[in-house]
Design a protein around this ligand. Sequence first.
Ligand SMILES: CC(C)(COP(=O)(O)OP(=O)(O)OC[C@H]1O[C@@H](n2cnc3c(N)ncnc32)[C@H](O)[C@@H]1OP(=O)(O)O)[C@@H](O)C(=O)NCCC(=O)NCCS
Length: 177
Amino acid sequence: MLQVPDLFTERLRLRGWRSDDLDGVADLLADPDVARFLTRDGRPADRTQSWRYLALYAGHWALRGYGPFAVEDRATGAFLGRVGPWRPDGWPGFEIGWGLKRSAWGKGLAFEASVAAGRWAFETFGLGEVVSLIRADNERSARLARRLGAKPDDQPWSVDPSFVVWRAQRRDWPGAG
Ligand SMILES: CC(C)(COP(=O)(O)OP(=O)(O)OC[C@H]1O[C@@H](n2cnc3c(N)ncnc32)[C@H](O)[C@@H]1OP(=O)(O)O)[C@@H](O)C(=O)NCCC(=O)NCCS
């Protein structure tokens, strides 16, 4: 069984997935404002669909040796969301993705988790660049990408023009240079 590392930041713990994360994932993906950008059809996921997403996150680690981390509040252990590497078949690069419960927005927590996950990915895999696929109407996500040093491609993603590929160079990523 693959050992997923624990990454600690000031306020967060990024860790591997457990079956008892189902409540947290179901809660995250039941919110229309989150699901809009995180589920495949943009609609809230029910508990059965959430179990499939949980299996997908864990399975990504098994198949690739990296994947999204479960993010929890370091002080309380509460599940907050998922942040980290994402690279399904056909992806335009090594993505760092993010998605937190709405109660965790507006506190710099997604930034904090993404900085740590990206730094880990740059160092572990010797990457020069990471990407983030962001829907053109996802302004919060674009703001975060910009804070992380990413810049949008001039043209939309050729495979699905509703997405823009943002690219961050290692030298521009906070603390990774
Ligand atoms: C995209 C998403 C992760 C962004 O979350 P976020 O909390 O806005 O992002 P950050 O962690 O960068 O936080 C920045 C905000 O926290 C505020 N903040 C408060 N304390 C802060 C601190 N200590 N450090 C940094 N920012 C802080 C900033 O001022 C900023 O507020 P603003 O957006 O009102 O200007 C979140 O909206 C989300 O999960 N959305 C749904 C899923 C999604 O869209 N995923 C991306 C798919 S591409």
